[in-house]
Ligand binder design. Structure first.
Ligand code: GTP
Ligand code: MG
Ligand code: ZN
Length: 274
């Protein structure tokens, strides 16, 4: 782990008169959210991608998505769920921009994630729908908002707490992607027990330190079946006697989640670049 302070850390520091200071100790973290540093940065001399800490001492990760502009991407959601789950952090999902849901796609995604057991909030910042419901969920917790660029993380936070005035940007008409308006994570205090962290939009998300044979343990609906696989090293990919594959075939595990799982499994295998 990189030995530098991150948002959410409790630190000891000395302050100089001119406003500069030195942090001399970071207190032990209760938990932290991290990922592999993006491919072009933070690669060790052995070619391994290093761990980048996003925030520490967190209660809830709000995975923020939009139904359109940019399009909803369930693979990103599943990667973020694994990232949080493997660190013991609670997850809630926001699907924003439901004013753009012309094809009525939002309900099927809401249903999928609620069935697995995650809370899903639908929001529309233009007509101010669903924002108030989020308010109570945030109270007395340290909350991180994370997701792709342009989905509306900063807009939602401003809708809840206008005085924070987080910077909001445009989504490019050409690529339908956000323009990375928020460039650094910022924590704001609502009251003594309530904190919010707005983060920069992510381009790629690979959880750090997860082994192939452990990945299935972070897909919560796999858990009741995972010990029924014939081999205890089963990666639920091709192995004979795999109970997860069986449950996908008979419809108890949603195929979209299983495809997402396979997609992640593949990137774990490819990870170390020598
Ligand atoms: N149609 C529509 N547009 C929205 C909604 N919420 C936010 N937007 C727009 O989406 C664009 C991006 O919003 P931001 O809040 O900057 O997105 P972000 O997730 O913070 O993006 P980064 O800081 O780049 O990670 C802005 O033009 C917002 O006005 C919504 O509910 N509906
Ligand atoms: Mg932002
Ligand atoms: Zn299996």
């Amino acid at each position: 782990m990189l030995d530098i302070a991150s948002v959410g850390d409790f630190v000891k520091f000395d302050m100089n008169e001119d406003g500069t200071g030195i942090i001399y100790e970071i207190e032990e973290r209760r938990n932290y959210l991290s990922r592999k540093s993006p491919k072009l940065k933070g690669v060790s001399t052995r070619g391994e991608r290093l761990e980048q800490i996003i925030a520490a001492n967190i209660d809830t990760l709000f995975i923020v998505t939009s139904i359109k502009h940019p399009d909803f991407n369930n693979r990103v959601v599943d990667r973020l769920i694994v990232t949080a789950f493997s660190s013991g952090i609670d997850v809630k999902i926001i699907i924003n921009k439901i004013d753009l849901d012309n094809k009525n796609e939002v309900e099927q995604w809401k249903k999928l994630y609620e069935k697995i057991g995650y809370k899903v909030f639908l929001t529309d910042c233009i007509n101010k729908i669903g924002i108030e419901k989020l308010h109570d969920e945030l109270l007395d917790k340290v909350n991180v908002f994370w997701g792709s660029s342009g989905v509306g993380k900063s807009t939602i936070l401003n809708g809840l707490f206008p005085s924070f005035n987080f910077k909001v940007g445009e989504v490019s008409d050409y690529s339908q992607k956000g323009t990375h308006t928020t460039v650094t994570s910022v924590m704001k205090k609502v009251d003594e027990k309530t904190y919010l962290v707005d983060t920069p939009g992510l381009r790629e998300i690979d959880p750090f330190g997860i082994k192939k044979e452990d990945l299935g343990h972070y897909f919560i609906e796999f858990l009741p079946f995972i010990n029924e696989c014939k081999f205890n090293t089963c990666t639920h990919h091709h192995e004979p006697g795999c109970e997860i594959i069986e449950q996908v075939e008979n419809g108890n595990i949603d195929e979209r989640r299983y495809i997402s799982y396979l997609n992640m499994l593949e990137t774990i295998e490819d990870d170390i670049i020598y």
